[in-house]
Design a protein. Structure first.
Length: 476
């Protein structure tokens, strides 16, 4: 009988240890995992009057920001985030997750500095555009990193926790603008940029203590470094050896299915199904109306008749609702399951949006005695929407994104999902409503650079002239 080779024996040992580690992961609860691996857990200025004065022009008694610059400031960082997310997939596979995050944070510091010192629209646009690249990378790489270092019992909770960043940022901005938004100097809006320095500095400080992803290290055949990384994450020597074996077996099995680690591989064989499943939740997020609730809530609250001061307070309340929803998702993600949270969560969001639209129709009728209450009802439903969104699809989408993708292509699949999501967000910022508009009206609105979100309510000169002629106020 032929004696087995050393490689065959090592592979058999790795398989045995890998299966043992896999079974032990299922046996650990959340609290046990948290105690055992503590490091895995550790690990809108355009509405401000002074900003419009510095970067806009005086028109009909007020300072306004040109429509083209509004679109540029809102759309540019989202568009560049698409490129940043896609590029980060290739870069993170080449130089590692930890270094990619560090470089992205340094780019953010440079971009924020450009925004802070900007005195022209062009310079401010440059800062926003540059920051988009970094934010695209910082949206995709950390999710990959969290998915790779998290124990099984904590993976759902920790990937939901990554969505907390999308709640804390707007919350801090709302608090700052509520305090400084009425200042008459540049600090009315520069205070928001300074806050970004704080977050970047805090993240850079933690980078030094972050262990590199053991999955990436094993993919580079750096097993010794992978073991050191696992020990930093809280694994004992024996546990680290078993986990390392599990990683190696998983990557070897995937190699038989995938020919390489290029973006093209994400659309081949079983990876195509994984990619589609991964990107659908993020696409649903972008199409569910969240960009309206999150980005234009203050604007519509003011349209509802609330004062500027009250609208900012309601914005803070909105962010608190989002934070509460995100925290609640930690306790539901494993108990209810990802699929149930996504499907039923989206169903309830649909009902909320339909009710909001119905109340808005009632509120639009000035002769209706209930119009005031209906408008306030729409504002209340926006707050409910933000709470429910962050408790369901706003959090679960990132968990599915991190879990469904295959290990070798995880960073690239996540990058594709986030790039598509940002591309859809760009659509919300740039595609106007053209229904029931004549070509003459559309020509006028584009010449006048009307923002996309104002197309539906905008009254053109051509429209006003047509009404006047019809009523006999103007002779033909």
């Amino acid at each position: 009988m032929e004696k087995p080779s050393t490689d065959q024996v090592e592979h058999a040992d790795n398989q045995h240890l890998g299966h043992l580690s896999n079974q032990e992961d299922h046996g650990l609860g959340k609290w046990q995992s948290l105690k055992k691996y503590p490091w895995t857990f550790a690990c809108n200025v355009t509405g401000i009057p002074k900003f419009r004065k510095d970067f806009g022009h005086f028109y009909e008694g007020d300072w306004v920001l040109e429509a083209k610059w509004q679109s540029a400031f809102n759309g540019a960082p989202v568009a560049s985030a698409v490129v940043g997310a896609l590029c980060s997939g290739q870069i993170a596979d080449a130089i590692g997750r930890k270094l990619t995050i560090g470089v992205s944070l340094l780019i953010t510091v440079a971009a924020v500095t450009l925004e802070f010192v900007a005195t022209t629209n062009e310079m401010f646009f440059g800062g926003k555009f540059l920051n988009g690249f970094a934010l695209g990378a910082l949206a995709s790489v950390p999710i990959t990193y969290i998915g790779e270092i998290s124990p099984l019992a904590l993976r759902g909770t920790l990937t939901c926790l990554s969505a907390l960043a999308y709640c804390i940022g707007p919350f801090v901005v709302a608090l700052i603008t509520n305090t400084t938004g009425t200042y008459t100097n540049r600090w009315a809006y520069r205070a928001v940029f300074v806050a970004q320095y704080g977050y970047a500095a805090l993240a850079l400080a933690f980078i030094a203590f972050m262990p590199e992803s053991p999955w990436w290290l094993v993919s580079k055949n750096w097993d010794t470094k992978a073991l050191k990384s696992l020990r930093k994450l809280g694994y004992s020597e024996d546990e680290g050896a078993k986990t390392l074996a599990n990683i190696k077996v998983t990557l070897e099995d995937i190699k038989r299915e995938t020919e390489g680690v290029t973006y093209l591989e994400c659309f081949r064989r079983s990876n195509l199904r994984r990619t589609i499943i991964s990107i659908l939740p993020l696409s649903i997020q972008a199409l569910s109306g969240v960009i309206f609730a999150a980005g234009y809530s203050t604007y519509y609250i003011q349209l509802a008749g609330y004062s500027t001061e009250m609208s900012f307070r309601l914005q803070i309340a909105q962010q608190v609702c989002s934070l509460v929803g995100n925290v609640m998702s930690y306790f539901l993600i494993d108990r209810l399951g990802r699929r149930n949270i996504m499907i039923y969560g989206l169903g309830v969001l649909t009902v909320i949006l339909m009710l909001t639209g119905g109340l808005a129709v009632v509120g639009a009728e000035a002769s209706n005695p209930n119009s005031g209450g209906a408008i306030k009802g729409t504002v209340a439903l926006i707050l409910v929407y933000c709470w429910w969104y962050n408790m369901t699809i706003g959090s679960a989408g990132y968990t599915i994104l991190a879990e469904v993708s295959t290990s070798r292509l995880r960073i690239k699949t996540i990058a594709i999902g986030l790039a598509l999501q940002n591309a859809l967000y760009t659509m919300w910022s740039s595609v106007p409503e053209t229904a029931s508009r004549t070509y003459a009206e559309l020509d006028e609105m584009f010449v006048n650079e009307v923002p996309a979100r104002k197309f539906k309510a905008y009254q053109t000169d051509a429209e006003a002239m047509g009404v006047a002629v019809k009523e006999g106020d103007v002779s033909v």
